[in-house]
Design a protein around this ligand. Structure first.
Ligand code: HEC
Length: 190
């Protein structure tokens, strides 16, 4: 006795007969149909959300997921500057005065005693050649420098904490209107 003989007892044999070939009414199993119908329901929501509703594509999702990882990696390597790295120091008087001291020793020769600009640009106005003048962007250009324009890369020369202090000091100078400012250079970022 084979399996099929037993099954044939429980399922219905259909009436029609094609050249002696008969068909069993053998419906798909319930679990299979359930999966199939739920897949259709899922597809409707999926299509509506991602195709019609402008849901994020895979690159956007990847970028979103990678952002905190990349930030953590940059931080672990001691590279990369986010605005908060600098702006967190603005309330710490000792860090600002440390930055002021570094500026007097290492930067004023080119940027002027009051950062009003000399060989290098005025750092107290709203005009920036590199970046948008936000705290993180200022720290970045200090770190990387602009070697072919005469701005040294301070990243390898200053400890990170000192570099952040001098960046924070520069942030405090915004709008200080020193005497004899150098003419604005770059683009205005109010
Ligand atoms: C040898 C001269 C020199 C020294 C020293 C120097 N700079 Fe500069 N710096 C420049 C020049 C020149 C530029 C403009 C580069 C350009 O035109 O692209 C510049 C640009 C900058 C900028 C970007 C300005 C902008 O408009 O985007 C910042 C910020 C800056 N310097 C900060 C510093 C700090 C902080 C120090 C000290 C740690 C320092 N610089 C030391 C010459 C110097």
């Amino acid at each position: 006795m084979s399996h099929s003989t037993k099954d044939e007892k429980t399922v219905k044999l259909l009436d029609h007969n094609y050249d002696g070939i008969q068909e069993l009414d053998n419906p798909l199993p319930g679990w299979w149909l359930q999966t199939f119908y739920w897949a259709i329901v899922f597809a409707v929501f999926y299509f509506t959300y991602y195709e019609l509703g402008g849901g994020p594509d895979q690159w956007t999702e990847l970028k979103h997921d990678m952002a905190p990882i990349e930030a953590a990696q940059a931080k672990a390597k001691g590279q990369g500057y986010v605005d908060e790295d600098v702006s967190a120091l603005l309330t710490q008087g000792d860090r600002i005065s440390a930055g002021k001291k570094t500026f007097a020793e290492k930067c004023s020769s080119c940027h002027g005693n009051e950062a009003q600009g000399q060989i290098g640009p005025n750092l107290t106005d709203a005009f920036w050649i590199h970046g948008d003048g936000k705290p993180g962007a200022i720290a970045k250009v200090i770190s990387e420098g602009v070697p072919d324009k005469g701005m040294p890369s301070w990243g390898p020369l200053l400890p990170r904490a000192e570099l952040l202090s001098v960046a924070a000091f520069i942030v405090t100078l915004k709008g200080s209107h020193p005497a004899q400012p150098k003419a604005p250079q770059g683009q205005e970022y109010p």
